[in-house]
Write a protein that binds this ligand. Structure first.
Ligand code: HEC
Length: 112
């Protein structure tokens, strides 16, 4: 086997593995979002009480610190960024749950 095909094989395997991990994260995030009642106020692609998760992703596109900022905002809540209605603080969520939700939302809240 040549060097190039070995490298390709490794690269392909890695892509497959990380793709599967992402799908798992998305599924876990979706369940957590439903369990945490986020979906009472949010939808993926339309505005309900809160902004569509796709709009949140668009607003933060290209910001290097988006994951930290959005995690912190989910935890503390806030208002004035998308309209007059405030988002209630979600202080019951743990840091890894906040990161999982924020990462999923910033990716456009994919189904999987
Ligand atoms: C009672 C309704 C309500 C619930 C429940 C709610 N949100 Fe929100 N959310 C809002 C509103 C309203 C805003 C817009 C606030 C603003 O304009 O600044 C918002 C904003 C956001 C934002 C944008 C933050 C940013 O920095 O751009 C994210 C992300 C978010 N919510 C995620 C969540 C998640 C995750 C949950 C569940 C753990 C949740 N929300 C539960 C109403 C809600």
């Amino acid at each position: 086997m040549t060097m190039i095909s070995t490298t390709l094989l490794i690269a392909t395997t890695f892509t497959l593995i990380s793709g599967a991990a992402l799908a798992q994260d998305a599924a876990a995030a979706k369940i957590l979002a439903s369990k945490s009642a986020c979906m009472a106020c949010h939808a993926v692609d339309k505005k309900l009480v809160g902004p569509a998760f796709k709009d949140v992703a668009a607003k933060h596109a290209g910001q290097a610190d988006a994951l930290e900022k959005v995690s912190a905002r989910i935890k503390s809540g806030g208002s004035g960024m998308y309209g007059p209605v405030p988002m209630p603080a979600q202080a019951h969520l743990k840091d890894d749950e906040l990161k999982l939700l924020a990462g999923w939302i910033l990716a456009g809240a994919p189904d999987k």
